[in-house]
Design a protein around this ligand. Structure first.
Ligand SMILES: Cc1cc2nc3c(=O)[nH]c(=O)nc-3n(C[C@H](O)[C@H](O)[C@H](O)COP(=O)(O)OP(=O)(O)OC[C@H]3O[C@@H](n4cnc5c(N)ncnc54)[C@H](O)[C@@H]3O)c2cc1C
Length: 405
């Protein structure tokens, strides 16, 4: 039986391990953290946003760039760096902001997302794990008709791909999601995708790992930082650690989120991805809180119902390679959420139960890096950016099919 190692037990790694187990590999999943999904996957926005996988680099983001650089939009912080990697990423990002590239990148992501959704339903048939998964639909709230109408063409293209999408008035949307009566600002239009979902990525990873251990004999090693890739005659032979015996394999999948030092230099390129830091909090859901996932386009905030809780995520801080939790940025998230739905996040509600910050490793095109590496037996599944939870199974299937080819 072929031996595979997957490095990184976030959503991309756990999904890749699942695909390889199904394909008949003996799989070992490794992570330097003590449990699955302790990196970017931990407390992300939780939206399975299949119908809204739009690339980050877009004409509309380009138009907002002067305001972002002047710190006029609290959702963004961009610190310019004299770092060749950052400058290369920035340039490549700008090149991807044309209407044609935005459309092409978005439709490619949507195809992966569509497949991801089908694969999740298939997975749940066989592994009925619980992670507060609900197909509760998603609404994007647009403050002006003009901001919504910009999406008319891409909406039509997504419908042709098979997505169910409709444009609603505020009144029509409020019939479906009564919580919108508590939104204080004008809503000119709502894009509604009833097939979208939400679920806890960390619980999904933990439960799927347990299920794969039981069903396929998946082996795991946590608290185990991989120090290097062993190879011979241009072929992967295993991985090594600082304080533990090396492990052998003939197939190695790198799902470390970012393009890390582990990779041979041939597999890294200047500006291939950059971290965009965000924040989230999880609170008890107010009795009148939304049952539908909501994206407040004006405030760039996402709301996802998770059982009795509500997850709120947002902010995009670009420019620093090393990041840490900055209390005043978290306060910005909290204040923005309070401004969007004062009833749900007012002082009566008490402090959130959990707060978190993580990075989305974004490629210039927003498309994940899914390809063979420079060594035989080496595969990359990295750079899932703003949508890794949504794309995880579709991306993992692509890696598995590369391996099987
Ligand atoms: C604020 C925020 C909100 C988001 N909201 C959403 C959302 O609503 N929907 C959505 O689809 N996506 C969302 N995302 C994006 C999503 O969270 C990421 O794209 C996804 O989690 C990336 O998963 P990953 O498995 O590639 O990386 P990670 O989850 O970071 O996993 C990589 C793992 O590799 C391990 N690792 C790294 N190096 C080594 C090593 N040398 N040895 C061993 N282990 C190693 C790390 O410990 C880590 O566990 C959001 C992200 C953020 C930050």
């Amino acid at each position: 039986m072929k031996k595979a190692i997957v490095i990184g037990a976030g959503v991309a790694g756990v999904a890749s391990a699942y695909m390889l187990c199904k394909a008949g590999f003996t799989v070992t999943l490794l992570d330097e953290k003590p449990a699955p999904a302790m990196g970017s996957s931990h407390q992300n926005g939780a939206q399975l946003s299949y119908a809204y996988c739009d690339a980050l680099a877009s004409p509309s983001l380009l138009a907002q760039l002067p305001g972002i650089l002047l710190k006029k939009d609290p959702a963004y912080r961009c610190t310019l760096q004299a770092d060749p990697d950052f400058l290369a990423w920035g340039l490549r990002f700008l090149i991807n902001s044309t209407p044609a590239r935005f459309s092409n990148n978005t439709l490619t992501l949507s195809r992966i997302a569509l497949r991801s959704h089908a694969l999740l339903l298939e997975l749940l048939e066989k592994h009925p794990i619980e992670f507060d998964y609900e197909i509760n639909g998603k609404m994007l709230l647009y403050p002006t008709l003009e901001s919504c109408q910009k999406h008319t063409k891409i909406l039509e293209q997504k419908r042709q791909q098979g997505f169910q999408l409709s444009v609603l008035t505020r009144e029509e949307a409020t019939v479906i999601e009564p919580a919108l009566v508590h939104y204080p600002d004008p809503i000119a239009s709502v894009i509604y995708s009833p097939g979208d979902a939400a679920g806890r990525p960390d619980v999904f990873c933990q439960k799927l790992v347990e299920s794969l251990q039981h069903e396929y004999g998946l082996k795991t090693q946590f608290n185990q930082k991989v120090q290097g890739i062993d190879h011979s005659k241009n072929r992967v032979t295993g991985v090594c650690f600082r304080d533990a015996a090396p492990l052998e394999c003939d197939t190695l999948v790198i799902t470390t989120g970012q393009s890390c030092d582990l990779l041979p230099s041939k597999d890294r390129s200047l500006g291939d991805m950059w971290p965009v830091q965000g924040y989230s909090f999880t609170a008890d859901a107010h009795p009148q809180a939304m049952q539908t996932s909501i994206t407040d386009v004006k405030r760039k905030l996402v709301f996802a119902p998770l059982g009795n809780e509500l997850r709120v995520a947002g902010l995009a801080d670009i420019g620093r390679h090393r990041f840490h939790f900055t209390p005043n940025r978290f306060d910005t998230l909290m204040q923005t959420a309070q401004a969007a739905f004062p009833l749900f996040f007012g002082e009566d509600q008490g402090p959130p139960k959990r707060v978190w910050s993580g990075a989305r490793y974004v490629t210039p095109s927003s498309q994940p890096i899914i390809r063979k590496g420079s060594l035989a037996g080496l595969y990359l599944n990295l750079g899932h950016g703003t949508l890794g939870w949504t794309l995880s199974l579709g991306a993992a299937e692509q890696v598995a099919s590369l391996i099987n080819s």
